[in-house]
Design a protein around this ligand. Structure first.
Ligand SMILES: *[C@@H]1O[C@H](CO)[C@@H](O)[C@H](O)[C@H]1NC(C)=O
Ligand SMILES: *[C@@H]1O[C@H](CO)[C@@H](O)[C@H](O)[C@H]1NC(C)=O
Length: 318
């Protein structure tokens, strides 16, 4: 090895080792982790907390699910995430909010019960919260409207109740909002963000469709009790996936919705009426639907002829 090379590798070695030697996890974060562990347990056959040994000199490198930067915990993933793991039980400790540098909080599927600690709203660096597929109850904390950095919120497959507040859906950085399969009620809030992905299916939402942000690519509002006409959707030019099935929408389908870039459109089991559009606004024959597209309009009150523009589409009408 040349002298330069060995010097370089020594230097690199130093850079790699120094942080873990010099930066012990902050005592506040260590106490919070101890509290978090005390309210959760592995369900038999889950093996997550076995690495959480509080006599360990360096929890940042030895604890499963914990990563740190500058002596602070920055990501916390609770549970192994293996699909065959039964996950964790217990409840979420409010002490999570003492991890004030946290930017990602994940709870993998399991049987965690109780409310979402409202104190999480103090974690202003949080970009990702995913607490899917557990048994969380209560409302989505109103304090979440303070999470100005929040990019992704996934609370799907829990037992959450109450309304979806507009202060949540209008968070400035929010791109992905997944609250599917809960017991949320009330009207759809206005959404005034740069949202890309909105999934509120299988809840008890009522009232009309509100205007949605033009940035949306994925919208599922399936299996709620939404009513009224399909207004405002025609301007969603980025939309690729639209599922409004199993609601109580009525009136005609806006012709502009038959747009080749919208490759999946599910409008079945509503109260839609009127004819299928015979001409498609803005379309030429070179831009017809591609193979693999699917449009399901079944179980409505529609009449009319199929347009040749839908030739390549798997179309379900009955
Ligand atoms: C978290 O912070 C609060 C307020 O600063 C403090 O009272 C509490 O003891 C802390 N929790 C832990 C586990 O250190
Ligand atoms: C469905 O449409 C029919 C005919 O347009 C109307 O009589 C009926 O009240 C509608 N039902 C609902 C649930 O909106």
């Amino acid at each position: 090895m040349s002298p330069q090379l060995s010097l370089l590798s020594l230097l690199l070695l130093h850079i790699a080792i120094l942080p873990s030697l010099q930066q012990k996890l902050s005592p506040v974060d260590l106490a919070a982790l101890a509290d978090i562990k005390s309210t959760l347990t592995d369900i038999p056959r889950s093996d997550f907390f076995s690495s959480w040994d509080f006599t360990s000199p360096d929890p940042c490198s030895s604890f499963a699910g914990v990563t740190c930067s500058l002596s602070r915990v920055t990501t916390l993933s609770l549970g192994t995430g293996f699909t065959d793991s039964p996950g964790l039980a217990g409840f979420l400790s409010p002490s999570i909010s003492n991890l004030t540098s946290l930017n990602q909080l994940i709870l993998f599927p399991g049987l965690v019960t109780g409310p979402i600690p409202p104190q999480l709203g103090q974690l202003s660096d949080l970009r990702v919260i995913s607490l899917t597929n557990n048994r969380l109850t209560g409302t989505i904390p109103t304090s979440f409207s303070s999470l100005k950095s929040l990019h992704t919120l996934d609370l799907s497959f829990n037992q959450l109740t109450g309304e979806i507040l507009p202060s949540l859906t209008s968070l400035p950085e929010l791109k992905v909002l997944i609250l599917a399969s809960n017991s949320l009620s009330g009207e759809l809030p206005g959404v005034s963000t740069q949202l890309l992905h909105l999934d509120l299916k299988k809840n008890g939402l009522t009232g009309p469709l509100r205007s949605l942000p033009l940035t949306l690519r994925y919208v599922s509002l399936s299996d709620n009790s939404l009513t009224g006409p399909l207004n405002g959707l025609q301007s969603l030019s980025e939309l690729v996936y639209l599922d409004l099935s199993m609601n109580k929408f009525n009136g005609p389908i806006p012709a502009q919705l038959f747009n080749p870039s919208l490759s999946s459109m599910f409008l079945q089991r509503n109260n839609l009426s009127g004819g299928l559009p015979s001409r498609f606004v803005g379309l030429t024959s070179s831009r017809s639907y591609g193979e693999g597209s699917i449009v399901d309009l079944s179980h409505n009150f529609l009449t009319g002829e199929l347009s040749p523009i839908l030739a390549g589409v798997e179309l379900v009408l009955e």
